[in-house]
Ligand binder design. Structure first.
Ligand code: ARG
Ligand code: ZN
Length: 884
């Protein structure tokens, strides 16, 4: 593809931002669609910034220019130049109309950016992906988000091969053409950036629903999928309707076109895309049915449907000035999506899930060679910055600010943000400015969070003075250096806290110097906004146990010298569901440290003791119990190590679970399993889901002390499973235990789901969870399987991604064979799909902290990759950064 560059890439810098010299008021696009060749005619109505003298320059990559005319006159070859992906045109004036006709090749487009073919030549369909810079693969345009234009799009194609023609906007006529062809036109009344352009053409089926907004606007909701998948779209339709209603109720935001289209494709680089009026989804986040989807996948569908819908305001109506502001739409929309999911399901469970993801995906990013601020200062390839930092940490920053303003204040601020920036391309300053101004608060200090990479360490020390009945809490912060950012400043860190007495009762808070109103509440927020600060609580009857950073009020790593007993007390008594779980996580992490160092293990005893007690407690929610019974994951535990041996981490984590299972006892585990199994069903209500979640956890614990017994249970569970959740959980136990029964189950699964790509992805990924010393061979043989292809991102991620990310012990083989396998694969994949290759390459993150043998082996592979002459800009940037 065209973004290969052999020398070191030039960087795009935030500090170089200039307003566009040329804008496009209106674009008229016409497509003559074909699978091998599509012709695109574009008419740009140009506007010139009188203050700038730049010639007209348009982005265009891989375009075959067929004709070019300015204001109706064909241009001579001397009047334009097309080189280095820029078309420069002489003679354009303010008000000029530039017409170009280009040819693109959808079926040859394996990078899945721009216009491409999903599925086979015979049965597949055409679609587009333009974010971030895909529109330049379709036509010549100033392909930057601060150029907002009105779109009129006409599609023409063979009626038999492409019966359905869709583009964003409202329908504006359709009809027949000669030679069995037909046309359809779409007009979008809302100006928008080019990255939100989309079209879809092919043989798709639909389900429809009528929706009326709060103010009475009638909207038709349509979900499109290929014939074999249309039966799995009902859940997404319900989720869409819930999302629309929620955004009206919570933010007062309504949908703004007559029709809202959603399309599912199996060939997609990312999760989904919020194109105006025509959202396009990776099928993985749209299709759902009990027979092929797990409970987690149902929740992911609901969340992603909401996320893309919410973008209509946070992203589309108010978009980003430049790609450095990406978190303006992504962090904000993830936050809105998380709020929605919390409202639809259980708020504490959602918070636990989100923080676990942050720690698994974002903290390691922030601690490694790829660390970057939520608003990066420079990039070579913007697609490399759709990261956990921009998305998940970005959401945490919005959450902090929202917490500071309170529910009503945040809504007031959002109203001002939307109304002031509607139809514009905004910055993070615009966002914090509006939120602050609506509340009379200066939020600009929070900008520092957007500019500074790395996870702050928050240290808390408590001191109780019995004579004065005063408890002094001293907070301090420190952020370790990251690549290109050696020194760090203090950030405003809101710490939500409560104090417990030794019986587990909440104490009223009397903060010295506080106003009388807040005094006596049992929970409050203090803000640490310098390196160190002390807070004195008065009228404290006895030495308290502090519950800090409740609800995870800031994305930091908390270091507090709790005793195991104090953590156990919080685990038993904290009413903040999140902090209760957090106390257990902290205890388990301490227990892990002690196991590693061979120290006396009071933490392990306290953790097992507290959980065994909770296990017998019928008052606790089954899903929360399942989460409490889960120690931190291997990636998270590895983050605590200065030098990492992934196999050792894996073994120690298994030991933790074994201790826990032994302490609870084989018999109580069996009884709980039987009780849950007796209620097995395929219903999706919270209780049924919670039963399945706990059942899976209990079966895992049984497997840690009685593999043979667990395999017998798992085989039975597999055979009788009414849902994918139960079936996959059972299969996973068999595979991870390398049970003899795994073979038959895998063969059965393959046979049963041969025609279901999403289920087949699971068949691939579950096998990447074989024990560490066996998995490499399996990965190699699965790569030769007839059902495997490097052309499908989901399949690549299901095999290589699941192996390299979710089986650290199996990827980080001591002899380096895992790294070499991935290195070779990345080169092959890069030639097909640079975005997917670059993302997969981030599996090397953290390699610098590996123990010496693995460190050397990983370095050799990274160096070999870096020496390749034809890496894409995507993979090239990741590999180069890895060596920071
Ligand atoms: N805006 C999309 C979202 O909802 C992500 C698109 C990313 N695409 C890409 N090629 N980087 O989050
Ligand atoms: Zn998004």
């Amino acid at each position: 593809m065209s973004n290969r560059n052999d020398t070191s890439s030039s960087l795009i810098r935030l500090s170089d931002y200039r307003a566009p010299a040329w804008r496009v008021a209106k674009i008229e696009l016409a497509f003559d669609l074909g699978i091998d060749s599509t012709e695109v005619t574009s008419r740009l109505h140009l506007q010139r910034d009188p203050a700038q003298q730049e010639p007209l320059r348009l982005d265009g990559e891989g375009l075959a220019l067929l004709s070019i005319a300015l204001d109706g006159q064909p241009l001579s070859d001397q009047a334009w130049r097309y080189a280095d992906n820029v078309l420069e045109v002489d003679g354009a004036r303010d008000g000029s109309v530039l017409e170009t006709r280009v040819r693109v090749q959808p079926a040859a487009n394996t990078a899945l950016e721009g216009l491409y073919l999903s599925g086979s030549r015979e049965a597949g369909f055409l679609l587009t992906q333009c974010e971030a810079e895909g529109f330049r693969h379709i036509t010549f345009f100033p392909d930057r988000p601060d150029v907002l234009a009105s779109y009129t799009v006409t599609l023409r194609a063979d009626r038999e091969r492409f019966p359905v023609l869709l583009a964003g906007g409202n329908p504006d006529g359709s009809g027949e053409l000669e030679g069995g062809r037909h046309w359809a036109r779409f007009v979008d009344p809302h100006p928008r950036p080019s990255y939100l352009f989309a079209l879809v053409a092919g043989r798709l089926q639909k389900i429809e629903r009528d929706y009326t907004t709060g103010s009475g606007r009638a909207v038709t909701l349509v979900i499109w999928a290929e014939p074999d998948a249309i039966g799995q779209c009902g859940y997404a339709m319900d989720a869409l309707e819930r999302s629309m209603r929620w955004d009206e109720d919570t933010y007062g935001r309504e949908y703004d076109l007559d029709v809202f289209h959603v399309v599912a494709t199996h060939d997609f680089n990312m999760g989904a895309m919020e194109n105006k009026g025509l959202n396009i989804f990776n099928a993985k986040y749209l299709l759902a049915d009990p027979d092929s989807s797990t409970d987690d996948e149902y929740r992911a569908v609901e969340a992603v449907v909401a996320h893309e819908y919410f973008h209509n305001w946070s992203g589309n109506r108010v978009t980003c000035r430049d790609w450095f502001q990406l978190s303006l739409k992504e962090g904000l929309t993830v936050f809105r999506e998380q709020q929605f999911s919390a409202d639809m399901n259980s708020a504490p469970l959602k918070r636990i899930e989100d923080v676990a993801l942050l720690r698994r995906a974002q903290f390691p990013e922030d601690a490694g060679p790829l660390a970057h601020p939520v608003r990066p200062a420079q990039y070579a390839e913007i697609n490399n910055f759709y990261t956990a930092t921009v998305y998940e940490k970005g959401s945490e920053l919005v959450r902090m600010v929202a917490g500071r303003l309170g529910r009503d204040g945040f809504r007031r601020g959002m109203d001002l943000y939307f109304s002031r920036n509607d139809g514009h391309a905004a910055t993070l300053e615009d966002f914090l400015g509006a939120l602050g101004e609506a509340n009379g608060i200066d939020l600009m200090p929070y900008l520092a969070w957007y500019a500074q990479a790395g996870t702050p360490r928050l240290t808390a020390r408590g001191h109780y003075n019995a004579a004065q009945r005063a408890y002094t809490l001293t907070l301090s912060q420190h952020t370790p250096p990251t690549p290109n950012q050696a020194s760090k400043q203090a950030l405003p860190i809101p710490v939500k806290l409560a104090l417990f007495d030794r019986e587990g009762q909440l104490l009223p808070l009397h903060l010295a110097g506080d106003d009388a109103d807040a005094s006596g509440a049992t929970e409050r927020v203090v803000v640490l906004d310098r390196a160190e600060q002390s807070f004195v609580f008065q009228q404290v009857p006895s030495a308290p146990v502090p519950s800090l950073l409740r609800g995870f009020s800031a994305p930091v790593i908390l270091e507090c010298d709790y005793s195991p007993d104090e953590l156990a007390l919080l685990l038993r008594h904290d009413v903040d569901g999140f902090n209760r779980w957090e106390a257990g996580q902290q205890l388990a992490a301490r227990a892990f440290d002690n196991l590693r160092d061979g120290d006396a293990n009071l933490a392990l005893d306290a953790w097992c003791e507290a959980l065994a007690a909770l296990f017998g407690d019928t008052g606790i929610d089954d899903a929360l119990l399942a989460d409490l019974l889960t120690p931190p994951g291997e990636i998270e535990l590895a983050e605590r190590e200065r030098v990492v041996d992934p196999s050792h981490v894996h073994a120690l984590r298994l030991k933790l679970q074994e201790h826990l299972a032994l302490r609870i006892g084989r018999e109580p585990l069996q009884q709980r399993y039987d009780a849950l199994a007796a209620r097995t069903n395929r219903k999706l209500d919270a209780t049924s889901q919670a039963h399945r979640r706990l059942k899976r956890r209990v079966l895992d614990l049984i497997a840690s002390i009685d593999p043979w017994g667990a395999h017998t249970l798992a085989t039975l569970q597999y055979d009788n499973a009414p849902s994918m959740t139960d079936r996959l959980a059972a299969l996973s136990v068999l595979v991870r235990g390398n049970a003899p029964q795994a073979h038959a189950a895998l063969a059965h699964f393959r046979e049963r789901y041969a025609d279901n790509p999403l289920a087949m992805d699971k068949w691939f990924s579950v096998q990447t969870q074989l024990p560490g010393d066996m998995v490499l061979e399996r990965v190699q043989s699965l790569a030769q399987d007839a059902a495997f292809t490097l052309k499908n991102p989901n399949r690549v991620n299901a095999l290589y991604g699941a192996w390299a990310r979710n089986n650290p012990d199996g990827f980080h083989r001591a002899d380096g064979s895992g790294y070499r396998l991935l290195g070779v694969l990345l080169q092959q994949l890069d030639a097909i799909n640079p975005q997917v290759a670059a993302r997969l390459a981030t599996a090397f993150n953290g390699w610098q902290r590996l123990e010496p043998a693995r460190h050397a082996a990983a370095q050799a592979v990274i160096d070999t990759l870096a020496a390749q002459p034809h890496l894409s800009r995507n993979l090239g940037e990741i590999v180069r950064s890895m060596r920071h």
